[in-house]
Design a protein around this ligand. Structure first.
Ligand code: DGP
Length: 111
């Protein structure tokens, strides 16, 4: 499968990796939208969050728990977690991922 984040998770494409475990990999976004901008990615390919099923419930939880650990390691008390689902919501890489954003004030609603 020709998937950028599968290749990054497999180490076939370089990234600035900040966390990994048996099911999750996290690396710095190439185009950061905040001083800390990390992408938390499952090793398993799921194209978008709306494609996740009951069998992915633990995996989706693991993404969030990993993000919390990374935020703590980055010294973030306040941060935002974002999943874009579909082009209209800003998804550009079709391998589900959690954005961890922090290190600056966050406004609401997001753009
Ligand atoms: P989204 O738009 O929600 O699908 O987020 C995709 C993010 O992936 C976007 O913020 C930019 C980032 N990105 C795209 N290509 C690469 C890459 O080759 N390496 C890294 N580290 N990040 C990438």
């Amino acid at each position: 499968m020709d998937c950028l984040f599968c290749k990054i998770a497999a180490g076939e494409i370089d990234s600035k990796r900040v966390y990994e475990d048996d099911r999750v990999v996290a690396f710095r976004d190439i185009n950061p939208a905040a001083p800390v901008h990390v992408l938390v990615v499952p090793r398993e390919h799921v194209s978008r969050i709306s494609e996740a099923g009951e069998e992915h419930a633990e995996l989706i939880g693991r993404l969030h728990l990993a993000a919390g650990k990374i935020a703590e390691a980055e010294g973030l008390k306040d941060y935002r977690l974002v999943i874009n689902c579909g082009e209209g919501a800003g998804q550009s890489v079709f391998h589900v991922h959690l954005h961890l954003l922090g290190g600056r004030p966050m406004s609401w609603p997001p753009g």
